[in-house]
Design a protein around this ligand. Structure first.
Ligand SMILES: C=CC1=C(C)c2cc3[nH]c(cc4nc(cc5[nH]c(cc1n2)c(C)c5CCC(=O)O)C(CCC(=O)O)=C4C)c(C)c3C=C
Ligand SMILES: [Fe+2]
Ligand SMILES: [Fe+2]
Length: 343
């Protein structure tokens, strides 16, 4: 790899300066075939995500999968696209989270930037911008409440890859996952209460749906499932709900492997036959709404539930740019900043 040995334009002050970097997954630039293909190709070529040897996986990916899937995924993205911002919701809300956090940290002289693991804006650019603002320390927050090697670790990898190309490296603190951080549970609790207050019906169940993961990842030591359990235990406790009132499920299967169970779609489709026809769905594994929440759950699952005899279906929005989300990011940042101060 060519080393760039970039030197930031601003010299850090003698007492040092810390910046905050938010990293999210990434999303296509538009809904067209080539943009979606580029995004999926980068995402699904990540060996943290698909662990099969590239010699076996790449022909399958570049052949069958990337010939067909970008058409279907592009059409799904088109259904949820933010037309005002001409961007995917994941990008819009990630930017707003960064802006919200920046406003909270401005008086402390702490700049905030955001970057994507896959696609634009890149983590390298965000890092460069923080260093050009005189930062010699970086607090990095991967925007995944529950740890997984497929998300948190690869976001960190991308940051370290960018650091590899710098002559003058900043010190870096990567914030751990926050599955049951009080500010996270508080934000989720508020989002449920706000949603319920607006509904014209009382859900018989609030189904929690997390992004799934191949079972083998857990068997090899990924702590994701346990962390999802911790989130949902915290939320049930905050809301005074039982396991039956707030069941835990996993959505978004990809490929032929077995993923962690129970799967959201079959679970929800079976509910009307059990007399449960009014539900709400919450997705506490996602910090921002995205194709997985708005389309897979908000469109596809809603339709399937209604076809199975469901009567009412509501979606609890992700934390997005809510006050609770910004409070959470501020608390995570401030704890990390305190640990980073010069002694
Ligand atoms: C093997 C494939 C995948 C693994 C493992 C995986 C883990 C994983 N993903 C998220 C969060 C998101 N995933 C999103 C989209 C998405 N995920 C996969 C595949 C795997 N994810 C694909 C192919 C896609 C693209 C959408 C599609 O074509 O159907 C998104 C939304 C992105 C957006 O632009 O809106 C998020 C967010 C987590 C948390 C996770 C592991 C725990
Ligand atoms: Fe995913
Ligand atoms: Fe999906």
């Amino acid at each position: 790899m060519a080393f760039l040995h970039k030197t930031p334009r601003t010299t850090p002050p003698p007492e040092g300066r810390t910046g905050v970097l938010l990293i999210n997954l990434g999303t296509p630039d538009d809904t067209g075939y080539f943009s979606v293909r580029r995004y999926l190709s980068e995402f699904l070529s990540d060996r943290r995500v698909i662990e099969s040897p590239p010699l076996i996986w790449q022909p399958i990916l570049q052949g069958i999968i990337l010939t067909k899937r970008p058409f279907a995924s592009g059409a799904n993205y088109a259904r949820i696209w933010d037309r005002d911002e001409n961007a995917s919701p994941l990008r819009v809300y990630t930017r707003r989270q960064a802006e919200g956090l920046a406003a909270r940290l401005k008086a402390d002289g702490v700049p905030v930037e955001w970057g994507m693991r896959y696609g634009r804006p890149s983590v390298a650019k965000a890092l460069e911008s923080l260093m050009d603002q005189g930062c010699d320390r970086i607090v990095s927050i991967a925007l995944y409440p529950q740890y997984s090697a497929t998300t948190t670790a690869t976001a960190n990898d991308q940051l370290f890859r960018a650091l590899m190309r710098l002559r003058r490296q900043p010190a870096v603190l990567t914030v751990p996952s926050f599955p049951d951080h009080p500010a996270f549970i508080r934000a989720l609790e508020t989002s449920v209460q706000d949603t319920l207050a607006e509904l014209s019906f009382k859900p018989q169940q609030i189904v929690a749906s997390f992004h799934g993961l191949p079972k083998t990842c857990i068997e090899k030591g990924d702590t994701y499932r346990d962390e999802c359990e911790r989130t949902i235990a915290g939320l049930r406790k905050a809301l005074g709900l039982s396991e039956a009132q707030m069941p835990l499920t996993f959505q978004s299967r990809f490929g032929p492997l077995e993923w962690i169970q129970p799967y959201t779609a079959p679970f929800v489709k079976a509910l009307p036959a059990q007399g449960i026809t009014k539900i709400a769905v919450i997705m506490p594994g996602f910090m921002t709404d995205c194709i997985e929440t708005l389309d897979e759950i908000g469109n596809e699952l809603r339709e399937e539930f209604m076809e199975a005899g469901g009567e009412e279906f509501a979606l609890v929005p992700c934390l997005n740019d809510s006050k609770g989300a910004i409070d959470l990011l501020e608390e995570l940042s401030r704890s990390a900043l305190a640990g980073f101060q010069r002694g």
